[in-house]
Design a protein around this ligand. Structure first.
Ligand SMILES: [Zn+2]
Length: 323
């Protein structure tokens, strides 16, 4: 059994403020995070500010948008701070305070956690692409992967001095940017016990995958059913929708019909099909769950000058400087 586990968030509570910066400006400063991809460029230097809307300050929780951030009510914070080596910071409130809370500031290792080739293979398997370089800050983000879908850690000894620790690798697409987090088992159990509706303690197969007999990784990602209305892929939520669609499973019959239609169009016209018409077909495919084919079709359409395809790719975090 490994010393580290995944503190799996069953839900998110509390919205960071201001929403325009997804809560990043108070934490990192206006110029301390990339306004194109959301990755911070320096250490956290200010408080996470939360809106009290819909939030009861109790137990421990993961806020919305800041997926490598954990919050705790004061009583929980006092208990775990006395037992574990964690850095905390006071949570501030957009208006009046609904209670005292602190945030755990999670340090990253400088040593990499994963082999790039293995990450690329897993990301391509799930999303049809490995990741992208942000055209503004130059940070590479791997497409969203999570425990159960990651390759084995290169060297678990680098986790030794930590009670909670984040990967140096960034993941995400569109506006989503996060690191992988591992939590020392006893700390994870304390937080999950304090907030059983917020967290579950999950074993991380990637920590034992190198051990003889550990065998193939099994994904325990629940299959979600989502329906994506046409045109609903906003810049903000594109990545979440993409992730949700990727684990959704079988594409819809509409999406499959659209894919066949696209193949026929391309064959009939020897690649001279109208780029915008292809982009429209790709949208139907994407909305119906044919993610990889939709992406490839959008890329073809974009290469033939379709502005609609270019916009669609940008809206879900593609079409940047990695091609
Ligand atoms: Zn960036």
């Amino acid at each position: 059994m490994s010393d580290f586990v995944d503190l799996f968030a069953k839900r998110n509570r509390g919205w960071p403020w201001p929403e325009r910066s997804f809560g990043l400006t108070p934490m990192y400063g206006e110029d301390g995070w990339c306004h194109a991809c959301g990755v911070p460029s320096r250490q956290q230097q200010g408080s996470l500010i939360l809106q009290q809307r819909g939030l009861t300050v109790s137990g421990a929780w993961m806020p919305n948008w800041r997926f490598d951030t954990l919050c705790m009510a004061r009583d929980v914070a006092e208990e775990v701070s006395s037992r574990f080596d964690i850095e905390t910071r006071e949570v501030k409130w957009a208006r009046s305070s609904p209670g005292d809370a602190v945030q755990i500031v999670i340090p990253s290792t400088t040593e990499k956690w994963f082999e790039g080739e293995a990450l690329a293979a897993n990301a391509i398997g799930l999303h049809g692409k490995a990741g992208a370089v942000c055209g503004t800050c130059g940070i590479w983000r791997w497409m969203p992967l999570w425990w159960g879908k990651l390759p084995p850690l290169v060297d678990t000894s680098i986790l030794g001095g930590y009670d909670i620790v984040a990967s140096p690798e960034w993941f995400g697409a569109g506006w989503k940017a996060f690191r992988q987090v591992l939590v020392r088992r006893e700390l994870a159990e304390a937080l999950a016990t304090a907030s059983p509706r917020d967290f579950a303690v999950k074993e991380v197969s990637e920590l034992t995958a190198g051990v003889a007999g550990a065998g193939q990784q099994q994904s325990d990602v629940p299959r979600r059913s989502v329906s994506v209305p046409a045109g609903a892929v906003s810049e903000v939520f594109g990545a979440e929708l993409l992730t949700a669609s990727a684990v959704q499973g079988a594409p819809s019959p509409d999406a499959r019909r659209a894919a066949e239609h696209a193949r026929a169009m391309l064959q009939r016209s020897n690649g001279q099909a109208s780029a915008d018409a292809l982009a429209e077909v790709a949208r139907t495919m994407f909305d119906g769950g044919e993610i990889a084919e939709a992406l490839s079709l959008w890329q073809q359409a974009e290469a033939h000058g379709s502005v609609a395809a270019h916009r669609a790719l940008r809206s879900i975090g593609y079409g940047e400087s990695d091609r």
